[in-house]
Design a protein around this ligand. Structure first.
Ligand SMILES: NC(=O)c1ccc[n+]([C@@H]2O[C@H](COP(=O)([O-])OP(=O)(O)OC[C@H]3O[C@@H](n4cnc5c(N)ncnc54)[C@H](OP(=O)(O)O)[C@@H]3O)[C@@H](O)[C@H]2O)c1
Length: 342
């Protein structure tokens, strides 16, 4: 959310009844079993059309879910009724796609099977933040990196992920590693070990006054493929600081001079460095959606090389717990994904 956008609506949620959605040709209808919360959910709730002009209210929110398919569209070949899937539905397009309801529609290129030994609560963790990270890393008008593979092919280059313990960050680290990069990241010291699980090679404290210099020592003599900047809008974080550090490091290192920005950054760009705000759902309309959700993720989950990270923090069961779950995220989480079981 841009710092200039002030809440215009009091947080308010209410349950409503809809007919079960009917899938279009390339859609699947999923009975939701677990959903995860993203900061943008309550941002839409409170800022309304100031954030996404054209949205209409009342609206069903929610971008992360796992559940069981109940119906598939006529052109869907990859899924059938009864399959367990995770999905990133296009909540901004239609309210039938909002994850916070019992039956939702999702595009088939934005859903993946997951292994039988995985719970719905784990499976709902990655989808939306995986999409955000993938858009920033792989789209040609962002970092344009090679796509991830199972197993990865190391290329000797470094990828900088500022904010590795965020939900977007945990996915950016894993995608970067799967695409062959060595990942350098930032987080609080208590998460240094945690960010190594998804594959970060180096972790630095973003609040250290020497963080930028310390990271530049690691980057010396190596080629940097660019960076993804992620910082939370909720306490304890400050997204602008993450963006500034990232831009500074990229400006002073060798390699690609581009930072994919998960947050709106209104500060000055260093000379010679480009940055662009990630719109985390654009992959649904290009070939990247299928590359990630169809070709890469199911294989990586099955191989155990992709983690459901950060770890789910299940705060309750039932749609009536969603508003309460928003409050947990608003207060600030550290390397946890807030989840509600349905
Ligand atoms: N552009 C898009 O499409 C899109 C989509 C989703 C999210 N976002 C944005 O991405 C950001 C992260 O979202 P999220 O859901 O991934 O967040 P999250 O998981 O709720 O983030 C919490 C984490 O933020 C970290 N953090 C706070 N300040 C930081 C800083 N200055 N540098 C590095 N890390 C910092 C904290 O790390 P420690 O606990 O280790 O201190 C904490 O683990 C938000 O600004 C969100 O609005 C953008």
């Amino acid at each position: 959310m841009s710092p200039t956008l002030k809440p215009t609506r009091p947080p308010h949620s209410k349950s409503r009844t809809h007919p079960t959605p009917v899938p279009d040709l390339h859609e699947i209808v999923i009975q939701t079993r677990a959903v995860a919360i993203n900061p943008v959910d309550f941002a839409i709730q409170t800022v309304g059309t100031g954030l996404f002009p054209g949205l209409t209210f009342p609206r069903t929110l929610g971008m992360d879910l796992a559940g069981t398919i109940v119906e598939v569209g006529n052109a869907v070949t990859r899924f059938k009724a009864g399959d367990r899937v995770l999905a990133h539905p296009d909540v901004l397009k239609k309210t039938a796609a909002g994850a916070f309801q019992l039956f939702i529609v999702a595009q088939d290129n934005m859903a993946s099977h997951f292994p039988n030994n995985t719970s719905f609560e784990e499976a709902c963790v990655p989808p939306a933040c995986l999409s955000v990270a993938a858009c920033g890393l792989f789209q040609k008008d962002y970092l344009g990196l090679e796509c991830p593979t199972v197993p990865p092919t190391p290329n000797g280059k470094i990828l900088l992920v500022c904010g590795g313990s965020t939900s977007v960050g945990c996915n950016a680290i894993q995608l970067g590693v799967a695409a062959g990069y060595e990942v350098v990241t930032t987080c609080s010291p208590h998460n240094f070990e945690y960010v190594k699980k998804p594959g970060a090679g180096y972790a630095f404290d973003y609040s250290s006054p020497t963080a930028v210099e310390d990271i530049l020592v690691v980057l010396k003599g190596k080629l940097c493929a660019g960076a993804v900047a992620i910082g939370n809008i909720s306490p304890p974080g400050n997204g602008t600081a993450a963006a500034e550090a990232c831009l500074d490091i990229v400006a002073k290192s060798q390699g690609a001079k581009f930072v994919a920005l998960a947050m709106v950054y209104q500060g000055k760009m260093p000379e010679g460095v480009d940055g662009k705000f990630i719109i985390g759902s654009t992959l649904k309309d290009n070939e990247l959606g299928a590359k990630i959700f169809e070709e890469f993720l199911p294989k990586a989950l099955e191989a155990g090389s992709y983690l459901y990270a950060p770890e789910p923090l299940v705060v309750g069961q039932g749609l009536e717990r969603i508003q309460e779950a928003f409050e947990v995220v608003k207060k600030g989480v550290s390397a946890r994904k807030v989840v509600v079981s349905l």
